[in-house]
Design a protein around this ligand. Structure first.
Ligand SMILES: Nc1ncnc2c1ncn2[C@@H]1O[C@H](COP(=O)(O)OP(=O)(O)O)[C@@H](O)[C@H]1O
Ligand SMILES: [Mg+2]
Length: 314
């Protein structure tokens, strides 16, 4: 649905985006993560024909961002950084104005506006001027605007930044519904790793204009933080247990009555491990997987990108 091939943007000799390639299938969510200045917004702007790439190409719903900007805009809803425009307009006028740009008829402009304002809890502010909107309200209104013409693809640049927790949840729930129930396709940028983890099918990490990692959570976890990890807790104290199981699994950390290990094939190794431990007369209390957070992955990706790969990989 969204395809980018080696998108590159050079501003006055400065390469802000370097050969970014993406492939986002219909009905999926890609979360793009990266520090400030990494090139996220520039990428979003190129994907929506707002900004011309220096080289590379991209298509949205099969339409070229280079040669068919009108078609692309019809298919895409965009939320980007807010500029203090339209402060004197009332929300309902603002939406009507954009509805006209999208060539929607009067009845549709009105019904879609009311329906979406309701969805984002903004009905009470339909007649307020944008100058009187809070940052979070403006952000939600920008999302309403992005969705006004019912686009199958949404590019949302930091959709929940500046939002209070309740509004952020409203927006996340909307994204989940729009993907799951209506099969819409999303590219979102965010600094919120928990948010990315809960919304995205795939994650791309961008740094200094380059994508330094891309994949599903599982793929990234395997690639950057290694094999699945488990934690074993025993009753009492484990004397030398780590040594006794060292040929089956890779023990990475031990405590008084617990240890953590990496295991490539838990299905076959764990039963053998438990038999071995029982045979040693040690009682197991729990054996549980350790879930790797996106934060662990992110930190490791950045560390490896910085070249810090030669120290302890754990
Ligand atoms: N119009 C522009 N002219 C010159 N430099 C720009 C322009 N837009 C962005 N940049 C630079 O490109 C880099 C990437 O910016 P941006 O895409 O906004 O990053 P992000 O959204 O990841 O924070 C930054 O160094 C920024 O200063
Ligand atoms: Mg940005």
């Amino acid at each position: 649905m969204i395809e980018a091939h080696e998108l590159t943007k050079v501003f006055d000799g400065f390469e802000a985006v370097k050969k970014v390639s993406l492939n986002i299938p219909p009905g999926s969510v890609l979360a793009v993560l990266g520090p400030n200045g990494a090139g996220k917004t520039t990428t979003v702007r190129m994907l929506t024909s707002i900004l011309e790439p220096t080289s590379g190409w991209a298509t949205i719903a099969g339409h070229s961002v280079l040669t068919e900007p009108e078609m692309v805009r019809a298919k895409v809803g965009v939320l980007t950084e807010q500029h203090g425009l339209y402060e004197r307009m009332k929300a309902i006028e603002y939406l009507d104005f954009f509805g006209r740009i999208y060539r929607m008829n009067a009845a549709d402009r009105k019904s879609r506006s009311l329906q979406l304002m309701e969805r984002f809890d903004l009905t009470f502010a339909l007649d307020k001027r944008l100058g009187d909107y809070s940052k979070g309200m403006k952000q939600k209104l920008a999302l309403v605007r992005a969705m006004l013409h019912n686009p199958p693809v949404l590019l949302l640049d930091e959709p929940t930044s500046a939002m209070d927790p309740l509004s952020a949840k409203l927006v996340r729930d909307a994204i989940i519904e729009l993907q799951r129930d209506e099969q819409r396709t999303f590219l979102i940028t965010t600094h919120n790793l928990t948010e990315a983890q809960s919304l995205a099918n795939k994650i791309a990490i961008i740094r200094s204009g380059r994508i330094i990692a891309q994949g599903t959570m599982d793929e990234l976890a395997r690639q950057f933080v290694g094999e699945p990890m488990m934690e074993l807790r025993v009753a009492g104290v484990m004397n030398g247990l780590a040594k006794d199981i060292g040929d089956l699994v890779t023990v990475t950390e031990t405590g008084r009555d617990w240890l953590r290990f990496q295991v490539a094939e838990p299905q076959t190794t764990n039963p053998a491990l438990l038999r071995r431990i029982a045979g040693l007369g040690v009682d197991v209390v729990t054996l549980s997987p350790i879930t790797r957070s996106l934060e662990d992955i992110y930190l490791q990706v950045v560390k490896e990108d910085e070249g810090g790969t030669n120290d302890d990989q754990r």
